[in-house]
Design a protein around this ligand. Structure first.
Ligand SMILES: *Cc1c(COP(=O)(O)O)cnc(C)c1O
Length: 419
């Protein structure tokens, strides 16, 4: 039994602590992300894309470990600066307002990922007014074809980035704007990729493109942002993205393919925080309708929207709770396929569908794993006005002695953007 399961069960058995709850193991998070940072090739840097989970304890845990944070709004910039005054921030996303660009400069964002020609002109105008030079990456929407993945941001019609065929014109324009400096390219194109070899080929493809533009325009670039998009396998938990294979192949690929002087940035969200988080709910009722077993839980997709958003059955375990306070018998199912639903008045409020369990009883806990990324963060919390869940962070105070490892880690990752 892991630490999260023990914590929830002991609360349940002694009748303390309400559910639902999101519960995070910050020690696991630190260990996982530290290992990712330490095993990446030397010419790479790892940023955390905070939209996956921007809660303060998560940011606090990661700030000393990652090379920086990737943000997509002024709100996210403020969250990061609320945690640490000096960590490198890179800022992307379509539809940045002037206020956000101004705010990014005020908060010493290192790189702005420019998503269109108009945005380039606005960044340049704002920088010119302040008499400064802003470092930017051009976000490219590649022609493709790209490796398959669950969500594709490029290689097909989407709102992201600058169409690849327009890149030469945009580079020419950028050169006439002395208040911006093109320091490289941003190529985040896919999401939830589970195939490590394919991911290396994707980065290789990025390297080829960037080399071509650099040579064509004699650009002196420093950064290739390969984005995030490393996935989590929610259906077969034992078949996760093979990180060790990835970093091994990446190292040899970059040795021959990485344009000279270029540092490759990764800005991962899901892969970093998914596994440290759990969503714990209590079974309120069990019923059979039209031949199907429904397990109704306290909670639902208004708190944990990921399964509906991705149309999957989210992985869970049943934690058996022996405590039973009612004077009448307890309903249970054994050897059954169950559909786990929440408290919302919509048939779409389904967390897992037709999943086999050996036993589940009213009062047991259903513990959803891999809930640390795009869980609470993407959910419509106030629909139906149920109380919010608790958020529990195990290991908030890091054990000092055991770690030590990252004092040698080079954090000087991104050039100062603003002259
Ligand atoms: C969402 C996002 C990420 C993180 O994606 P993950 O799939 O969570 O790794 C990185 N970069 C950009 C630009 C994004 O929009």
């Amino acid at each position: 039994m892991n630490r999260v399961e023990k914590y929830i069960l002991s609360e349940r058995e002694n009748g303390s602590g309400s559910l639902p709850a999101f519960i995070y193991d910050l020690d696991d998070l630190r260990e996982h992300v530290r290992r990712c940072v330490q095993t990446l090739p030397k010419s790479c840097r790892l940023f955390y894309a905070i939209k996956a989970n921007s809660e303060e304890p998560i940011l606090r845990a990661l700030a000393p470990i990652v090379d920086g944070f990737e943000v997509a709004s002024i709100g996210e910039i403020r969250k990061v600066r609320g945690v640490t005054p000096d960590i490198p921030i890179i800022f992307g996303g379509p539809g940045k307002t002037d206020e956000e660009i101004e705010g990014a400069i005020d908060h010493r964002v290192q790189l702005i990922h420019v998503e269109s020609e108009h945005e380039l002109r606005r960044v340049a105008a704002i920088a010119a007014k302040r008499n400064i030079t802003v470092s930017i990456l051009l976000r490219v929407n590649l022609k493709g074809p790209l490796p398959q993945a669950t969500l594709a941001m490029a290689g097909r019609p989407t709102q992201f980035g600058i169409e690849e065929t327009e890149i030469p014109d945009v580079i020419r324009l950028a050169r006439q704007l002395p208040s911006v400096r093109v320091e490289g390219f941003h190529l985040h194109s896919i999401s939830n990729n589970l195939d490590a070899e394919q991911h290396v080929r994707l980065v290789e493809y990025y390297c080829d493109r960037v080399k071509e533009w650099a040579e064509m325009f004699g650009l002196n670039i420093s950064w290739l942002n390969a984005g995030g998009g490393i996935g989590i396998n929610y259906t077969e938990l034992d078949k996760q993205f093979d990180w060790d294979l990835f970093v091994g192949r990446l190292d040899s690929m970059l040795a021959t393919k990485c344009p000279p002087g270029v540092t490759v940035l990764f800005e991962c969200g899901r892969f970093l925080t998914a596994a440290c988080g759990f969503y714990a709910v209590e079974v309120l009722d069990i019923k059979k309708n039209h031949g199907k077993h429904f397990v109704v839980v306290r909670g639902g997709t208004h708190q944990f929207r990921l399964p509906v958003s991705w149309q999957h059955s989210h992985p869970f375990r049943v934690l058996p709770v022996e405590r039973w306070d009612y004077p009448f018998p307890r309903k249970e199912l054994t050897d059954a396929h169950i559909t786990v639903v929440g408290q919302l008045c919509t048939p779409k409020d389904v967390l897992a569908r037709d999943v086999y369990v050996s036993r589940v009883r009213i009062g047991d806990v259903i513990l959803f794993s891999h809930a640390g990324a795009y869980g609470w963060a993407i959910s419509h919390h106030d629909f139906l006005s149920h109380p919010h869940p608790r958020h529990i962070y195990l290991g908030e105070k890091e054990k000092e002695a055991a770690d030590g490892g990252d004092s040698t880690h080079d954090r000087s990752v991104v050039h100062t953007p603003v002259d």
